[in-house]
Design a protein around this ligand. Structure first.
Ligand SMILES: O=C(O)CCC(=O)C(=O)O
Length: 276
């Protein structure tokens, strides 16, 4: 019998149940169990490897939400009160929205302004115009306001005020020339806006995603990883109203896009209290 076949028979013999094996079937060569000398039947003295999840790994990021339907959304109720969004995607019908977009695009004195970050001045990645009775300061820069409301702005302001019962005395206009233009994370929480400001934001032109993220509690040391994020695709003619603690408890931004986008205009109507 060849070596190979003998080995095969011996192995087959080990595989058979021991109680039915006759003497004849016993392996002819004395064989040593393969585990002898390998200590696998002895209690291990070393600690067995046990995979332990850290509390960090078990934390789940909250599922990102998207708001695209009309409605009133209470996005959080703490710590400082409720934060509420009201969304009206079809606030201005498309034909009128086209006309308003053209008038704003060609009629406002758009300029690229600077912000200051960590002591350095840099050009904002968008164009702006500021209207109202008072100057406005944010990101370390004070912007003089145009006090003479452009007729198209006055028309839009009237429309929003009549529909909502709210009143505004200031407005920041942003023109995002294409998908590369953006607005960084921030809150509209300047002192001059007072506590819990209500801000009405109307959009014309290409849809851009307005993103919100909940501010983390102190113990998170500014880490937003596990905080709730909400996307609101702001469409042509849509109106979004931010109320309550939205500025205190959330940040928002318009991120840069990696797909082609055409221009978009956004107007945010606010109330400025110069005495604050
Ligand atoms: O463009 C937008 O929709 C957001 C504008 C905004 O956040 C702001 O003007 O503070």
């Amino acid at each position: 019998m060849s070596d190979k076949r003998r080995k095969a028979r011996v192995q087959g013999g080990w595989a058979a149940p021991t109680n039915v094996r006759s003497d004849r079937d016993k392996p002819k060569t004395p064989s040593v169990p393969v585990w002898v000398g390998k200590n696998i039947d002895k209690q291990s003295t070393t600690k067995k490897f046990v995979y332990e999840h850290t509390s960090e790994e078990l934390r789940q990021k909250p599922v990102e939400k998207t708001i695209s339907k009309p409605g009133v959304y209470d996005i959080s109720t703490e710590p400082s009160g409720f934060s509420r969004l009201r969304y009206f995607p079809d606030f201005v019908e498309p034909k009128i929205a086209n006309q308003l977009y053209d008038e704003l695009y060609h009629g406002l004195p758009w300029r690229q302004r600077s912000d200051v970050k960590n002591g350095e001045k840099y050009l904002q990645p968008r164009l702006t115009a500021w209207y109202g009775d008072h100057p406005y300061s944010y990101s370390g820069v004070t912007h003089e306001a145009l006090t003479e409301w452009h007729p198209t702005l006055q028309r839009i302001k009237d429309l929003i005020e009549e529909s909502t019962g709210l009143h505004f005395n200031s407005m920041l206009a942003n023109l995002y020339r294409d998908g590369h233009d953006s607005l960084a994370w921030h809150s509209d929480d300047e002192r001059s806006l007072g506590p819990c400001p209500t801000i009405a934001s109307i959009s014309f032109g290409d849809t851009r995603t307005f993103q919100l993220r909940k501010k983390p509690p102190l113990e998170e040391n500014g880490d937003y990883t596990y905080m709730q994020h909400i996307d609101v695709p702001l469409t042509h003619g849509s109106l979004l109203i931010m109320e309550g603690s939205t500025q205190e408890d959330w940040q928002h931004r318009i991120p840069r896009e990696y797909h082609d986008r055409s221009a978009r205009i956004n107007l945010t109507f606010r109330v400025i209290y110069p005495e604050l």
